[in-house]
Design a protein around this ligand. Structure first.
Ligand SMILES: Cc1cc2nc3c(=O)[nH]c(=O)nc-3n(C[C@H](O)[C@H](O)[C@H](O)COP(=O)(O)OP(=O)(O)OC[C@H]3O[C@@H](n4cnc5c(N)ncnc54)[C@H](O)[C@@H]3O)c2cc1C
Length: 439
């Protein structure tokens, strides 16, 4: 614990302002014209130095999960003086991992949070993944293994899922009529995927400045499909499936399960926009999935490094007790230690229930607060992490999606299971690691 806190303060301590000085030898001579970027950086650095001496921040971000780190590093990238505060002794939030040393066998490294990724290694022209767009903006990247298939263990049998799911799996289980329905669905999803791709998520915001950020993308968005089609993006995915004429029970069940694995809810609770994006990622020609080399911690590492590169700060073991509000505006935070930090913007990237606890009781309209507090929580799931000997096993897939009984519904207790075996691609030796995620 101490090591992580020490490392973090060493890596993320604010850098001293480094202003170029003029050498006495140059006195009297005309200075070389300074490149614009250097001038801008110098101006930003002096502004930060001036603010640092007053001890305040442009923005404090609460929580160093992937979302908080993206927000903090992006603001730092745009020259804001940013502090990201994290209650835990390690960054990453849901996305982290741990190691276990086993005598004579070595060290096993496990991921705990997200394991399904796509679009992280897409070329810059295809940055449909908002996280990839942020990484590009931060001029960094995470190296990924790319893979094309995963395993399905379903009541109908064991299959390998590829982008040819229709002709390979559906044809075997349900026959040719179902394949035709599937192909019609793929056609129906194309303009929706094009719409999602035309308007990058980072361009969307909820204030009038959306005209500036999203405006440049509107012509491409409007050309991608007719505006009425765009309205479908907010519909439940089940409605989109019915509209496309997909009736085959096995295909509907598979998509229910896929929705549940991606969003935590079956197709009638999953928004079409999310599935439009994922359909492109799963079924377009050349579709691949990604797994960060070194696990999800590599993703957290590149984000924390980017934050440091742009002189943002990260403080671990700094639990926020209250968000300070004055004249109806958040103006700082108070840590559990009692320390108060002032800033002009607070971004709170905790859960919505935690956010409500951090705000003074009278700072929000009651109705708004009640609505947020009544957000239903995702049901719990169990994780089992195993290290195992891979010698002599048949070729394994990196992921398996398993379901025991369709009749009980994909979201029934102890019915669905995800198995992730990143060491299939990232193995350093003959031992594998496995995360077994039972819903
Ligand atoms: C088991 C699991 C599997 C998942 N699988 C996938 C997947 O395969 N693919 C995918 O894309 N997504 C997946 N997700 C979702 C993805 O991991 C999350 O959406 C993402 O990591 C959430 O990031 P976040 O920054 O929004 O929040 P979080 O990661 O929840 O971060 C919030 C942070 O705020 C901190 N915090 C809370 N209160 C305070 C306070 N008072 N003061 C200071 N800090 C505070 C917390 O300690 C935490 O670090 C999965 C999630 C889980 C849990």
């Amino acid at each position: 614990m101490w090591m992580s806190a020490w490392r973090a303060s060493a890596v993320f301590a604010p850098q001293p302002p480094c202003l170029p000085t003029r050498s006495p030898a140059l006195r009297g001579t005309a200075p070389e014209p300074e490149p614009r970027r250097l001038r801008q950086r110098r101006a930003r650095t002096s502004l930060r130095a001036a603010r640092a001496s007053r001890g305040d921040y442009d923005a404090v971000v609460v929580g160093s999960g992937i979302g908080g780190l993206c927000a903090a590093a992006t603001l730092a990238r745009y020259g804001k003086k940013v502090l990201c505060v994290e209650a835990h002794d390690t960054a990453g939030g849901a996305a982290h991992g741990f190691k276990r040393r086993v005598p004579k066998l070595g060290t096993f490294r496990f991921d705990t949070g997200p394991s399904f990724f796509s679009g992280l290694s897409a070329p810059e022209t295809a940055r449909i993944n908002p996280l990839k767009a942020v990484l590009d903006l931060l001029e960094t990247e995470v190296l990924c293994h790319r893979y094309e298939s995963f395993g399905l263990c379903l009541p109908e049998g064991h299959f390998t899922h590829t982008r040819g799911f229709g002709k390979e799996v559906l044809a075997e289980v349900s026959g040719e009529a179902a394949v035709k329905e599937w192909e019609a669905l793929l056609q129906a999803m194309k303009p929706l995927a094009a719409l999602v791709e035309a308007l990058p998520v980072p361009a969307l915001r909820l204030d009038p400045s959306v005209l500036l950020t999203a405006g440049p993308f509107l012509p491409k968005f409007l050309a991608a499909a007719n505006p009425l089609e765009a309205l479908q993006l907010k519909d439940p995915f089940a409605k989109t499936l019915s509209r496309a004429g997909l009736k085959d029970p096995f295909a509907r069940r598979w998509l229910d399960l896929l929705c549940f694995c991606l969003s935590g809810l079956p197709a009638d609770g999953t928004v079409t926009a999310e599935m439009a994006m994922m359909f492109g990622e799963f079924y377009k020609p050349g579709a691949t999935m990604d797994y960060p080399v070194g696990g999800v911690q590599s993703l957290v590492r590149v984000l924390t490094e980017a934050l440091a590169k742009y002189q943002g700060e990260l403080r671990l073991r700094a639990e926020v007790e209250e968000i300070l509000v004055e004249r109806n505006k958040a103006c700082g935070i108070r840590l559990k230690s009692g320390e108060e930090l002032r800033c002009s913007t607070v971004i709170c990237n905790t859960s919505c229930w935690d956010l409500m606890k951090l705000l003074p009781p009278d700072s929000l309209p009651d109705a708004w607060r009640r609505e947020r507090e009544s957000t239903p929580a995702c049901r719990s799931f169990m994780h089992l992490h195993l290290g195992f000997d891979m010698k002599g096993l048949d070729a394994l897939q990196e992921h398996y999606i398993c379901l025991e009984d369709w009749g009980r519904g994909v979201d029934a207790e102890e019915n669905a299971l995800l198995i992730s075996i990143p060491s299939v691609e990232d193995g350093r030796d003959l031992f594998g690691v496995l995360k077994f995620e039972r819903f």
